[in-house]
Design a protein around this ligand. Sequence first.
Ligand SMILES: Cc1cc2nc3c(=O)[nH]c(=O)nc-3n(C[C@H](O)[C@H](O)[C@H](O)COP(=O)(O)O)c2cc1C
Length: 183
Amino acid sequence: MAKKKIGVLVGSLRRDSYSKKIAEHVAGLLAGEFEVEFVDIGGLEMYNQDFDLDNKVPESWQALRDQIFALDGFLFVTPEYNRSVPAVLKNALDVASRDVRKPFDGKPGAVVSVSPGALSAFGANHHLRQSAVFLNILMMQQPEAYIGNVVSVLDENGKVVNEGTDGFLKLIADSFIAWVNKF
Ligand SMILES: Cc1cc2nc3c(=O)[nH]c(=O)nc-3n(C[C@H](O)[C@H](O)[C@H](O)COP(=O)(O)O)c2cc1C
């Protein structure tokens, strides 16, 4: 049987993004079970409903919508901007959500929030869950994944070196594998 395809959406475009490093780590843990691909959300025009109404959908939107439609589940790894989801990730959700095929509908997801601070991007994690309710992305409820003080768990090459975090991310990956395989 063909492997399920999981898309990884990272809420940061920063070259040295901690979120991206955590995402790469978790993607590696999922790769034995699923086909895992990163979804590029950095080049999307900002959502403007006129483009849909006038039938002038930008190529970048169509590519994202096709990619999301073809995926079986989603791993979101995001920092927090001003206690919410960074605009680049919210924009990707908005763009993909207005596809008539409803590309997120009924598919499993999980969110890992990442911050150099102690509050672990809780606000972004839960704002993303709020949007997921409307999109009908079936977000894994437990275990919740909040990675705080992220700088202290990575080495200078961006590898996870903290044993506790390593074990926790393995638990998240295993739980997500079990969650996706329920569908
Ligand atoms: C516009 C902006 C807003 C931010 N707001 C928050 C915030 O609300 N909570 C938080 O924990 N960190 C906040 N930060 C700090 C980010 O967590 C930090 O820059 C982090 O490294 C970004 O994630 P990345 O490493 O994946 O790019 C903010 C950073 C920026 C640039």
